[in-house]
Design a protein around this ligand. Structure first.
Ligand code: 4NP
Length: 161
């Protein structure tokens, strides 16, 4: 089973959107049995549901945010997840020192899977509604790339059992 953790700053806008989009597009691509979650590098919004603007924009495209609650990334996440995916290079710089040296997973930027020159999903928190649509556009593109990557990796893995 492949496990993916999406990480942003507050865990109420970008990474919950990434989780919602990735879960739906993965299911549509026939990629099942995933463990997907999201977290923030900061803990200010711990326990809160995703931002209502992220939910409104995402739900109008058919994505579901049920059961999502903000939390801060913790060291044990590296034992649980194969992929720890940062929304921006700033997020990645925060996470990198926390990764155990012998961890065998993939830590990197979400936009590396989008096939575009962009590196960062921009923080929409202090901006207008268009920012939330931009987040969804970028996250949809990167999700498609990450899904194709995981399907390829799983295909090349020796089957267990
Ligand atoms: P996110 O957006 O990192 O995409 O969840 C933010 C949410 C909250 C804050 C900043 C960014 N904040 O400063 O509280």
């Amino acid at each position: 089973m492949t496990s993916v953790l999406f990480v942003c700053l507050g865990n109420i806008c970008r990474s919950p959107s990434a989780q919602a989009v990735f879960e739906k597009l993965a299911a549509e691509a026939g990629l099942t049995g995933l463990d997907v979650d999201s977290a923030g590098t900061g803990g200010w919004h711990k326990g809160e549901p995703p931002d209502r603007r992220s939910r409104a924009a995402g739900e109008s495209r058919g994505y579901r945010f049920d059961g999502q609650t903000a939390r801060k990334i913790e060291r044990s996440d590296f034992a649980r997840f194969d992929y720890v995916i940062a929304m921006s290079s700033k997020n990645l710089a925060e996470i990198s020192p926390k990764a155990p040296k012998n961890w065998g997973g993939h830590l990197g930027l979400f936009m590396d899977f989008a096939g575009s020159p962009d590196t960062d999903v921009p923080d929409p928190y202090y901006g207008g509604e268009q920012g939330f649509e931009t987040v969804l556009d970028m996250v949809e593109s990167a999700s498609r790339g990450l899904i194709a990557h995981i399907i390829e990796v799983e295909r090349n893995q020796p089957s267990s059992g």
